[in-house]
Design a protein around this ligand. Structure first.
Ligand code: ADP
Ligand code: MG
Length: 154
């Protein structure tokens, strides 16, 4: 199975999903794309994830800087928000290889803004507003992603 959907009734549930993704991550699982409209909950999920890894401070939306980096549990974590990106080629100036080609965990909001430049992620998570809450559809796009999804569903 390569897809998993769940309903998240509130902000706490969204943060808990972030924590579950952190806990179930296999060794090779490194890149996660987060798509969904403004207000869908991408940053909330990221906040839950970073908290689970031990981050206690605020989580800034890197809307203007494009990326905010953390060092958590002995590993680099990069949180991207590409909303302001006008052209995927602007990413060339950021030096993406330094972020994506190592052991770092990369969480990317608005990955569609970097289409053609960003590589296929391990997981693609699509968030949509559903009633008072949110629907999350998680798709595995690599072997590590499939292992990840299996662990997540357990
Ligand atoms: P995005 O980063 O996608 O623009 P945010 O994470 O900033 O969205 O969230 C926008 C708002 O949605 C926040 O007020 C947050 O509390 C709320 N929110 C997040 N997840 C849920 C949920 N599962 N149900 C209801 N509200 C949520
Ligand atoms: Mg956001």
């Amino acid at each position: 199975k390569t897809e998993y959907s769940l309903y998240l009734p509130d902000e706490q549930a969204m943060m808990a999903l972030g924590a579950r993704l952190a806990a179930s991550r296999p060794e090779g699982g490194r890149v996660v794309h987060l798509t969904g409209d403004l207000g869908a909950g991408k940053t909330t999920l990221t906040r839950g994830w970073l908290r689970a890894l031990g981050h206690s401070g605020a989580v800034k939306s890197p809307t203007y800087t494009l990326v905010e980096s953390y060092r958590l549990a002995g590993r680099d974590v990069h949180h991207f928000d590409l909303y302001r990106l006008a052209d995927p080629e602007e990413l060339d100036y950021l030096g993406l290889d330094d972020y994506f080609d190592g052991q770092a965990l990369c969480l990317v909001e608005w990955p569609e803004r970097g289409e053609g430049v960003l590589k296929t992620p391990d997981l693609a998570i699509r968030l949509t507003v559903a009633g008072e809450g949110r629907e999350a559809r998680i798709e595995a796009l690599s072997e590590a992603g499939r292992v990840w999804l299996e662990a997540l569903e357990r």
